[in-house]
Design a protein around this ligand. Structure first.
Ligand code: PHE
Length: 457
């Protein structure tokens, strides 16, 4: 009976035109500030190698099976995460309580986008800084000064946050399907090409090996429980899993496309971009005597040094920050889409109305992040500033909890037939591997890290 129910359901917002369109949209969601801004600074704060190794294990052992679970749930439910979890929960168990998991995801999307958009605003500022030639032959102090005066200027960062949210709302109003495919198709290869150019520069800094060792030599004695939790949160964040963004995109996936292959492609691409960013940034950090643990400003205070020294640096810098802004944009769209689909499907809102309502709320919330890097940078509670807290809560708590619930639902609550039907009707080796990861590896690992974080284990 489950199969028939799923067969009859159609997405209310159309479907991707092909598997490639889906992969590109998912890649657009995954690859963003998480890879180029967040991964390097977390790796730097957490001592490098051991953190990176744990992160990689989490990405492939936990993130990949959860991503597959989200896509299969999304495609089967064909609705926003709240309704989808409710529908499938009712089909599989007769109970509707699983909708809470979708609800948590929608809220998490609000929280993440509220700070994500502010950082995306910084990248826009850096397009202009680069174009003005401010980085030409600049030293570490000049570059740090430029960063400090930007984040201290709430009018500028607030304005650019506003611009970025307007751009995001604009695309979501038009419907995510159109344009995303083409944008990612151009942006992604260009971004990777530029990172490779920068890698070439990093190799000439004289500190390339030092950067390599920092990133890949595991020194486990330096690995704290907090670092392991950071690695878990980053694995979820970078893959966009745990909050229903992937589920929502899965709802637009045509029936006959292969889920495992699409997910493996996206996860591999996302990981390559993050590692590439790390390989570019750390040699620059060490060559210039910067502190790898300097936090969210790391990328913005290291790359400009390279741009300032390399031939054609102004053009490379402008291009780089434009591309980074695009990468953030395609991620931001996927952060908003679950909530927008929710309001359209359950409240009967039109797409523009839903996008405006969701977008405006997130925009307003974002000003707390703007202030927390500016005048309120000394106002701290619990884990630190407002930004520290919202970042911790959404990425280290809500995403892992959401992902845990999703993978338990797919591995334990859904009938084997239902998941096999979506992933691999032949239930071949790939399917058995997924089911094992979804039932045991991912839930146990996430639970252990979370329990460790609250001091129980
Ligand atoms: N994965 C995105 C990035 O790395 C951020 C994101 C998180 C997008 C969660 C959607 C959902 O930048």
């Amino acid at each position: 009976m489950n199969e028939r129910a799923a067969e009859r359901r159609r997405s209310l917002h159309g479907e991707w035109t092909s598997r490639l369109a889906f992969i590109l949209a998912l890649a657009g969601s995954a690859v963003g500030l998480g890879n180029i801004w967040r991964f390097p600074y977390l790796a730097g704060e957490n001592g490098g190698g051991a953190f990176v190794l744990v992160y990689l294990l989490f990405v492939f052992g936990i993130g990949l099976p959860i991503m597959m679970a989200e896509v299969l749930i999304g495609r089967r439910g064909r609705r926003n995460p709240v309704t989808t979890m409710q529908l499938l929960g009712e089909e599989e168990t007769g109970k509707s309580g699983w909708r809470v998991v979708g609800g948590l995801g929608v809220v998490t999307g609000f929280l993440i986008l509220s700070f994500y958009s502010v950082i995306a605003g910084w990248t826009i500022a850096y397009v202009f800084e680069s174009a003005s030639g401010a980085f030409r032959n600049a030293g570490a102090d000049t570059v740090a000064g430029i960063f400090q005066s930007l984040v201290g200027n709430e009018l500028a960062t607030g304005g650019l946050h506003t611009l970025f949210m307007a751009l995001t709302i604009g695309v979501v109003v038009l419907g995510v399907e159109q344009g995303l495919e083409r944008a990612v198709r151009i942006m992604m290869p260009a971004l990777i090409a530029l990172l490779l150019v920068l890698l070439g520069y990093s190799m000439t800094t004289g500190s390339f090996i030092e950067g390599l060792v920092f990133l890949f030599e595991p020194r486990f004695d330096e690995l704290s429980g907090a670092a392991v939790l950071d690695a878990l949160g980053q694995a979820f964040f970078t893959l966009s899993v745990g909050m229903g963004a992937v589920m929502t995109y899965g709802a637009y996936l045509p029936e006959n496309e292969s889920i495992p292959r699409s997910c493996l492609a996206v996860v591999s691409l996302d990981t390559s971009v993050a590692l590439l960013a790390g390989l570019v940034i750390f040699p620059i950090v060490f060559a210039n005597g910067l502190d790898p643990a300097s936090g969210p400003g790391l990328v913005f205070q290291s790359l400009p040094l390279a741009f300032g020294q390399m031939p054609g640096g102004v053009i490379v810098a402008v291009l780089f920050f434009v591309l980074l802004m695009f990468a953030a944009w395609t991620s931001a769209i996927s952060l908003m889409e679950p909530a927008v689909a929710y309001f359209m499907e359950t409240r009967g809102f039109t797409r523009p109305k839903a996008a405006l309502l969701v977008g405006t709320t997130i925009w307003l919330l974002g000003f707390l992040t703007v202030m927390s890097f500016g005048a309120w940078s000394d106002v701290t509670f619990w884990n630190g500033t407002w930004f520290d807290n919202i970042d911790y809560l959404s990425n280290n708590v809500f995403l892992p909890l959401g992902g845990l619930a999703i993978v338990v639902f797919a591995g334990w609550i859904m009938a084997r037939n239902s998941t096999a039907d979506e992933l691999d009707p032949a239930a071949g080796r790939g399917y058995r591997f997924w089911r094992w990861a979804a039932r045991y590896v991912a839930p146990v690992a996430v639970a252990l890290v979370l329990l460790n974080a609250v001091g129980i284990f």
